[in-house]
Design a binder for this molecule. Structure first.
Ligand code: ADP
Ligand code: MG
Length: 354
């Protein structure tokens, strides 16, 4: 369906996006996860045709869109700030794209026929039902809550049956419970309509809820592209691990190799780590410390994996678990609360992030 090939973009001679390539297939939702300022919105604007790449191609069904103006691309966009027309009521907001489409095919030049008007009304009603806002046609935009406005924006984007939907941090302005609700609704609608979608966010929770595939945008490049479970079990880079909220990323220095296993010196001790990548002695690396499924604290805890012994600095309640902060910035999760100041031993699995 959508194919992005080797896209480059810079602003004021500073490269922002470098060699971006990916594709989105029918019915697929991909999520582009990147920090603020990483170029996510710029990338969406280029796909929408509102901005131009310096080089590279954007194709849809194998047709290059370089000469296709934004409205003719048939792509729907949903923004963080909703982007509704405040002077139009809900009906006219949702009907807007449909009318534009009819105008283009010049079927509206002589005014709308009765049949067209009825068609428009039923399409708007259908869209409002899809986003759970039945009967909202006559309401004013300003009378709606943020969550409702975003659902109208979604209905407006869906109304002309776009070939692709793009979401630019659509939940950024909403509070947590509303976010979850709307995210689940978007997910259900995308599954139902099977419209391919690109969802842009800096929030890993959102990414994992909505995505069939997650792409990490960092330093102008896509550094990881995979299914949510693949990405979660093997983030492959320190940046991706941190972006996923895996806090236990530590620095180390390579000491000695035995086959593919390296002894890595860190401020938490020396770990014996199996690495996929090529390394040299003295090289600096990032390691991910994963807490073993059943951490043991107290004396005499020994077993598989490596062990660390650290002082407890703080204990916080997090849903059904306790979040235990250890000296040196490590965080683990336990069912039983240790005492602050207590030394605990935790078994960890150590992975090399290169
Ligand atoms: P994101 O959506 O990931 O937060 P953006 O695509 O909005 O990132 O912006 C990425 C960078 O490009 C920012 O540093 C921004 O200042 C810069 N930028 C965006 N648009 C322009 C523009 N029209 N002119 C100059 N710089 C821009
Ligand atoms: Mg943005």
């Amino acid at each position: 369906m959508l194919e992005i090939r080797d896209l480059f973009k810079s602003y004021e001679n500073k490269p922002l996006l470098r060699g971006i390539s990916f594709s989105v297939s029918q019915g697929e939702t991909i999520c582009l996860l990147g920090a603020s300022g990483s170029g996510k919105s710029t990338l969406l604007r280029m796909i929408a045709g509102l901005e131009f790449p310096e080089s590279g191609q954007i194709l849809f069904n194998k047709i290059d869109l370089a000469q296709t103006p934004p409205h003719a691309r048939d792509f729907g966009l949903v923004f963080q700030d909703y982007g509704l027309f405040p002077h139009l009521n809900i009906f006219d907001n949702i009907a807007f794209g449909l009318k534009m489409k009819a105008l283009e095919s010049s079927s509206l030049l002589l005014g709308m026929s009765r049949q067209q008007a009825v068609g428009l009304q039923s399409r708007v009603a259908e869209m409002l039902e899809l986003v759970n806002l039945q009967g909202f046609e006559k309401r004013k935009v300003t009378d709606l809550s943020g969550g409702e406005q975003q659902r109208v924006a979604l209905a407006r984007a869906l109304a002309p049956s776009p070939r692709l939907l793009m979401f630019d941090e659509p939940l950024g302005a909403l509070d947590k419970s509303l976010k979850e609700d709307l995210l689940n609704q978007i997910r259900a609608i995308l599954h139902k309509t099977k419209i391919p979608a690109i969802y842009v966010t800096h929030d890993q929770d959102e990414a994992f809820t909505i995505a069939d595939r997650i792409l990490f945008l960092h330093d102008g490049e896509i550094i990881r592209d995979g299914m949510p479970d693949e990405v979660w079990t093997n983030p492959k880079s320190a940046w991706a691990a941190r972006m996923l909220g895996m806090g236990n990323v530590i620095e180390g220095r390579m000491q000695k190799a035995e086959g593919r296993r390296w002894k890595v010196k860190t401020s938490f001790g020396v770990f014996n780590v199996k690495c996929e990548h090529k390394h040299s002695v003295d090289e600096k690396v990032s390691l991910l410390l994963k807490q073993s499924p059943s951490p043991v604290f107290g004396r005499g805890a020994r077993g598989e994996g490596d062990e660390i012994k650290l002082k407890v600095e703080d204990v916080l309640f997090k849903q059904d678990q306790l979040q235990v902060k250890l000296r040196g910035g490590l965080v683990i999760h336990l069912k039983e609360a240790p005492k602050v100041g207590q030394i605990i031993r935790v078994k960890v699995q150590v992975e090399c992030l290169a």
